[in-house]
Design a protein around this ligand. Structure first.
Ligand code: NAG
Ligand code: NAG
Length: 322
């Protein structure tokens, strides 16, 4: 089977990780990989031919998963009425990468690694490939059997919620304001469709023709060129206007300059509960790396199913087991 280079890289890491696996909860460790699995085929470096734009999408997929019913791969279930098939998930991508890894993992170590674990490890590896930090991913999550579109629409931030809503959402998942600020820093890479900023540019606060005063004037003009009045889902714009391909703290510097793309980005700097964290991250870039890793570990542990009779190891990530 021909695999996407990122998939292969992740697979190799998955196999290596089995040697130093950290297990969540009281779950029994996964069965050791077979010798065959350890001899993963050699290829060109994973960076070669990699679709770099997929990295932020994979991190986002993991976030969407964990926010709804915990990190249980509920986002991957693909049927009418599931999270994946709803408005909140409209611009998600990367399902094929996960499925490619899953089928390879199933071939080499059947019924051992859940889709939720794969998604969590992939988010880490995507971060690493994008130039971000490494962290250990504890394994042992099970996959859920329930996925409900309404829950995704109610919970997953769409880019225009107020900061109180964001803080409350994070707190309900055991994540604090620092986690919110730091995980939003994943917007140092990646793009958004024009849809969530349409009203910031053309119809602010319900006033036709008004743009958001918390948006830098020059940046606003540039955005209007990229996102015309009739641009919604077909046009993409960088979340980090200055260094969109580099995992760095420019995203936070941009917030200080009123250049946050989404109103949820900018709100991190306009509210005093979170703005001091932004200032701190700008002044201490190494803190961003360290805390990003720590907050991603916390995110990856939200609501995980680890007890013996909870969840299952899905055979295919798109469907619950028969
Ligand atoms: C934030 O949004 C929520 C939900 O839309 C709303 O109930 C709440 O009043 C808003 N809070 C502030 C401070 O604007
Ligand atoms: C939004 O509109 C409301 C009512 O039209 C007004 O009271 C409020 O001041 C406006 N807010 C901003 C930030 O312009």
């Amino acid at each position: 089977m021909k695999m996407n280079p990122i998939s292969l890289f992740v697979l190799i890491l998955l196999v290596q990780l089995k040697l130093s696996v950290v297990v969540l909860g009281n779950n029994v460790p996964p069965k050791p990989a077979t010798n065959k699995a350890k001899r993963a085929p050699k290829t060109s470096p994973p960076e070669a031919n990699l679709d770099k734009t997929l990295a932020p999408s994979l991190i986002r997929l993991h976030f969407h998963d964990c926010v709804v019913r915990g990190c249980d791969a509920s986002i991957l279930l693909n049927y009418r009425g599931s999270e994946r098939r709803t408005k909140a998930s409209k611009t998600l991508r990367g399902y094929k990468v996960i499925n490619d890894i899953k089928s390879e993992v199933e071939r080499q170590c059947p019924k051992t690694v859940s889709c939720a674990d794969i998604l969590t490890a992939v988010a880490r590896d995507a971060t690493l490939l994008a130039g971000g930090p490494f962290w250990e991913v504890p394994f042992g999550r099970k996959d859920g059997r329930i996925s409900i579109n309404r829950e995704a629409n109610r919970l997953v931030p769409q880019g225009n919620e107020n900061i109180t809503t964001l803080i409350n959402l994070f707190e309900s998942k055991g994540l604090n304001i620092l986690d919110l600020v730091v995980l939003s820093g994943s917007h140092t890479i990646g793009r958004s469709s024009c849809s969530p900023i349409h009203s910031r540019l053309y119809n602010f606060n319900g006033t036709q023709g008004a743009s958001d005063p918390s948006l830098d004037r020059k940046y606003s003009r540039i955005l209007k060129q990229k996102c015309g009045p009739s641009s919604y889902y077909n046009t993409l714009v960088d979340l980090d206007a200055t260094t969109p391909r580099t995992f760095d703290i420019k995203y936070y510097e941009n917030l200080q300059k009123k250049m946050g793309l989404l109103s949820t980005d900018q709100s991190l700097y306009s509210d005093e509960r979170s703005s001091s964290f932004v200032d701190t991250l700008v002044s201490q870039p190494s803190l961003f790396s360290i805390q990003f890793a720590a907050s991603m570990v916390k995110l990856g542990n939200v609501g995980v199913l680890t007890r013996p009779h909870e969840g299952e190891i899905r055979l295919h990530c798109d469907y619950v087991n028969p």
